[in-house]
Design a protein around this ligand. Structure first.
Ligand code: ARG
Length: 466
């Protein structure tokens, strides 16, 4: 006797084994919720373009019908923004959930919206719109963190801080130099985020399954409607570009996280009782279940592990892409989780780090007390140079005094005052030559550019989804 096979019906009208369906759908019903608004926007642009298509005997959809579809899409997007949009397992993903809803509401008109499009170019558009929005928001937070580090530098000012190489005391530095140095590294991460943004800013719509369609699609028109910088010219290339911008973004995020984790590591070290240069706010420290004296910097430690995680996500994305055959492959669906997770970790980390930096205080006494004679060794040798001694002779002279000290022989090492040493270095970018205006200008320009581009993106969204 033949056993009846259990299957599930989907919008594509295929019958799929429920276990296989669940496996292939994966986390899309949850992850795609973040794409819902962008999916509506992409569909609105596609339908608008369909209604304007020239050279057809009969329009696929009329302009009036396109307006009706846009209105419904506006309603669906509003539901998504309120958190009331639902993707069922039978829908598989946001794309078919939206099509189902439009068909429920508009009948035959809803069934026309997918004309000349594939979920392959559809999801690629959604991801890129979502990414553009997210990258810009990430950039604004990156600038906020850089500004918070700089504010810490202004508060700490020229408080002397031992500069280290190999973790060993090296040369006089200052709290300002430490903080603005990290701030500048954070700000530089905008370059990598911008590279990812430029890739995300290309329009794959109209490539359909990756080979175009025998319809006079106007890919320039959807590019304009969706506020992309230009279309990805080659349809096959457009299908392969999926995953590439996710990997580029993850690379930028992994690098950003590496920078954040170095700030975190310095703060862990400098707030150790043995250093005690910095004091972390008590409410940002966590205790021990057995040791009552503990105020641990868990929040900063986790930034190291999260940096490792994001690097892992980047590696996953590249591993997923490498040696994948040309054209769409379902593997690409798994890129979605990777970049979304990377964004959420990196954004949360930079927000929390900004908060910790804002609450951290400097113990100027401990900072000054850490200046052992060795920290001034180079400066002392350079003082001898100023008095006429050739550099290498001065170097050996001072080195001999410190070698004696190291070996426990009697030695007379010259000392300096930490504050004088900090003030004595005045060239560009050293302790006495940090230019805050330069940083303030970069921060302001970056924020201006972010808000201008968010404005363009949201204006396009508003005009498509009334
Ligand atoms: N959820 C799918 C993804 O993210 C949509 C595209 C499905 N395309 C296909 N040919 N099965 O990749």
């Amino acid at each position: 006797m033949k056993k009846e096979k259990k299957t599930s019906k989907t919008i594509t009208d295929s019958t799929v084994d429920p276990d296989v369906l669940a496996y292939t759908v994966g986390d899309d019903p949850v992850l795609d919720l973040d794409l819902a608004v962008w999916d509506c926007m992409g569909t609105a642009a596609h339908v608008t373009m369909l209604s304007e298509m020239k050279g057809l005997k009969r329009p696929v959809v009329t302009k009036r019908e396109a307006a009706t579809v846009r209105r419904e899409l506006g309603g669906i997007a509003a539901l998504a923004e309120k958190g009331e949009f639902e993707i069922r397992v039978e829908d598989q993903d946001v794309h078919m959930a939206v099509e189902r809803m439009l068909t429920e509401r508009l009948g035959d008109l809803g069934k026309k919206i997918h004309t000349g499009r594939s979920r392959n170019d559809q999801v690629a558009v959604d991801v890129r719109l979502h990414m553009k929005d997210q990258i810009l928001r990430t950039e604004a937070e990156t600038v906020a963190l850089a500004a918070e580090l700089r504010a810490f530098g202004i508060r700490g000012g020229r408080t002397p801080l031992v500069g280290r190489t190999h973790l060993q005391p090296a040369m006089p530095s200052s709290v300002e130099m430490w903080a603005t140095g990290h701030s500048e590294m954070v700000l530089d991460q905008l370059e990598n985020l911008e590279a990812a943004y430029r890739l995300a800013d290309l329009n794959p719509l109209g490539s359909a399954a990756g080979y175009g369609v025998p319809l006079p699609l106007d890919r320039r028109r959807t590019t304009e409607l969706l506020a992309f910088s230009r279309p990805i010219h080659n349809c096959f290339g457009a299908s392969m570009a999926r995953g590439e911008c996710e990997a580029s973004l993850l690379s930028a995020l992994a690098q950003l996280m590496a920078v954040l984790s170095r700030v975190a590591e310095d703060m862990i070290l400098f707030s150790m009782p043995e250093f005690a240069y910095f004091r972390l706010p008590r409410e940002y420290c966590t205790g021990s279940s057995i040791m009552p004296q503990k105020f641990n910097p868990d929040v900063l430690e986790l930034m190291r592990s999260k940096a490792a995680q994001v690097l892992g996500l980047q590696t996953s994305a590249l591993s997923l892409l490498h040696a994948m055959p040309g054209g769409y492959n379902r593997d690409l669906q798994d890129c979605k989780w990777l970049y979304m997770k990377g964004l959420s970790i990196a954004r949360q980390t930079q927000r929390i780090l900004a908060k910790v930096v804002a609450g951290t205080t400097v113990d100027a006494g401990r900072c000054r007390a850490a200046f052992t004679p060795g920290v001034f060794a180079t400066d002392v040798a350079l003082r001898m140079v100023a008095a006429g001694t050739p550099w290498r002779d001065a170097y050996h002279d001072v080195r001999e005094q410190f070698a004696a000290l190291y070996d426990g022989r009697p030695a007379e090492v010259a000392q300096m005052d930490p504050d004088d040493a900090v003030a004595a270095k005045t060239h560009e970018g050293t302790t006495g030559g940090i230019d805050h205006d330069l940083y303030a200008k970069r921060e302001a320009e970056a924020l201006e550019s972010v808000s201008r581009r968010l404005g363009v993106l949201y204006a396009a969204k508003r005009s498509l989804l009334k």
